[in-house]
Structures are given as structure tokens and as C-alpha cells.
Unconditional design. Structure first.
Length: 297
């Protein structure tokens, strides 16, 4: 999936070699646009928006795959096409599921490390900064372990290969080279502006923010984590923007390295056919952007 200023585009290769595309124009909602201009708030809005969009495009890919496998459910859909309002309901449903899944994941990876740390180290020492630091280490271990084990499954590994292909295409475009498979394959699968970097920053920033507050007991600690979750997300987003702006500075560019290290797990070297799909999706996005701009002229 590639996101332009006005449209999101996903391409899926069918078994016959042809490509299916999903183009989703960005809807301008005035109050949302206002929130996206406010520091610390814009990060929360952007993450929720990205989760909804990502779920919608993943659902399109899954349905395309299921259709090719000839599943009965998809055959039934072909015989009886849903109406306009049914389509809208389905899209909204997928978006809501995507947002809920993201929030549930954040709750799990926020609360479980705190519970484990409290259980193992509650009576070992009293320094709360060390407790917060160990909690952060546990969180990183759980996160890395989770990503590693799911990456062993063929489906997720293939998804991570496409993730790597997307990064290569973006890097090639930014470098100004022609978008051919051979040119794109020369680039790295890692990219500074990836969402994987944001995940790492939420862990690191969380340790810092939690260190400013004192808690008395297990329940207060958990409540603090839940209340501060939006704060951690908002601050992490701003830090990520800041580190991205410094990536050309020789010394300060290292601030973005933790996110790049996590991408060693969330991206894999793609096959040429996967790079072809990514190039096609990127070009389709640019074409859609041009059509939208011409329509506004």
C-alpha cells in the first residue's frame, strides 16, 4: 500500500499475472484536519487513521486471495453484489476493527510488561526508575519475540517481504532513479519514516514519561499506564518527526537507529515479482494523484 496526499492505493497480483487495485481517496474532514495540525494531538489522530486505512487495505488483499482460492463465501458475494449502503457498512466495519485491534494491542503491550515486572521485581528494590526501565526492557523483549515468531509463518513472512519492497521503491523514488526492478532491488529494505520506528519510540518515551510520576501500589501503576497511553503516543510521534528531520545530520541521525533495528524483523528481502507489484502500486498512486489534481484544476 502507498499513501499519497489525496489517495491510498494497494495492488494485488492475481494468479493469472494481472493486478487488482484498490484506490481509496482521502476524505477531508475539517475537524480532523484541525486536530492533525495540533502538536501531540496529531500523532494520536494519525495513528488511529492509519490503523483504519491499513485494516481496509489488508482486508482487500485477503479477499482477493480468498477469491482466487475459490472460497464459497466469495462465490456467494459474486452472485449477489452488495448495495451501496452495504459496501459503506462493510468499509466502516473493517476500519473500526482496525482501530480496535490497534488499541487492544497497545493495551496488551502496555499492561502485560507492567504486570510481569511488578510480579518479578516488586520486592527486589524500591527505585521506581529502575522498575520503569526493567518494564521497558520486558516490553521490548515481548515485542521483538512476538514479531520474530509471527515472521516464521509463511503468510507473515510474505507480508514482511512486501513491506521491504515498499521501502525499496520509496527509497529509489527519493533517490531519483528510474523505477525498474533491477534499480529498486539495489536499495535497502530499511527506511526512516516507517511505522516500526514509532513502535520503538513508544517504548523508550514511555520509560521516560513514567519516570516523572510516583505510584503507590500495583493498581495505581496500571491506572497510570492507561491514562498516560495517549500522552506516550503523542510525544512519541513528535519525537519521531524530530528524528526524521535530523536524519541527514551525521551525529544526530543515530537517534533513528532503534526504529531501523526493529525493521530488521518487520521487513524481509523481496522477490522480483513482489517488487514489480510495489512499483505498479506506487505508479498507480501517482497516476491517481495526477487525476485528482487535474480534476480540481
Amino acid at each position: 500500500m502507498f499513501a499519497g496526499k489525496n489517495v491510498h492505493v494497494t495492488a494485488v497480483r492475481k494468479k493469472d499475472g494481472s493486478l487488482d487495485y484498490l484506490e481509496v481517496p482521502k476524505k477531508v474532514i475539517p475537524w480532523v484536519q484541525t486536530l492533525k495540525k495540533i502538536p501531540f494531538i496529531r500523532g494520536i489522530v494519525g495513528i488511529i487513521e492509519s490503523s483504519a486505512k491499513g485494516a481496509q487495505h489488508l482486508n482487500f488483499s485477503a479477499e482477493s486471495f480468498a477469491e482466487q482460492e475459490g472460497e464459497d463465501a466469495n462465490s456467494a458475494k459474486k452472485e449477489e453484489k452488495p448495495g451501496f449502503f452495504s459496501n459503506i457498512s462493510m468499509i466502516l466495519g473493517v476500519a473500526v476493527v482496525g482501530v480496535i485491534s490497534f488499541l487492544f494491542g497497545k493495551f496488551v503491550f502496555t499492561l502485560v510488561p507492567a504486570v510481569i515486572e511488578q510480579f518479578l521485581f516488586q520486592n527486589v528494590f524500591s527505585n521506581q526508575f529502575l522498575h520503569n526501565l526493567i518494564e521497558g526492557v520486558i516490553k521490548i523483549i515481548l515485542l521483538v519475540g512476538y514479531i520474530y515468531f509471527i515472521s516464521l509463518t509463511p503468510m507473515i513472512r510474505r507480508l514482511f517481504q512486501y513491506h521491504g519492497a515498499e521501502h525499496k521503491v520509496i527509497s529509489a523514488y527519493e533517490a531519483g532513479v528510474e523505477l525498474t526492478v533491477s534499480n529498486v532491488q539495489k536499495f535497502n529494505t530499511l527506511h526512516y519514516r516507517c511505522g516500526s520506528s514509532f513502535i520503538v519510540f513508544t517504548v523508550l518515551i514511555g520509560v521516560v514519561i513514567y519516570s516523572f510520576l510516583h505510584y503507590d501500589g500495583y493498581v495505581e501503576r496500571i491506572v497510570q499506564r492507561l491514562i498516560l497511553l495517549p500522552v506516550v503516543i503523542g510525544v512519541s510521534y513528535e519525537v519521531l518527526r524530530f528524528t526524521n528531520s535530523l536524519r541527514e545530520v551525521p551525529v544526530l541521525r543515530y537517534l533513528g537507529y532503534p526504529g531501523l533495528w526493529l525493521q530488521l524483523l518487520t521487513t524481509k528481502e523481496p522477490e522480483d515479482s513482489q517488487v514489480e507489484v510495489s512499483i505498479a502500486s506506487f505508479n498507480r498512486m501517482r497516476e491517481a494523484e495526477q487525476r485528482i489534481l487535474e480534476g480540481r484544476a
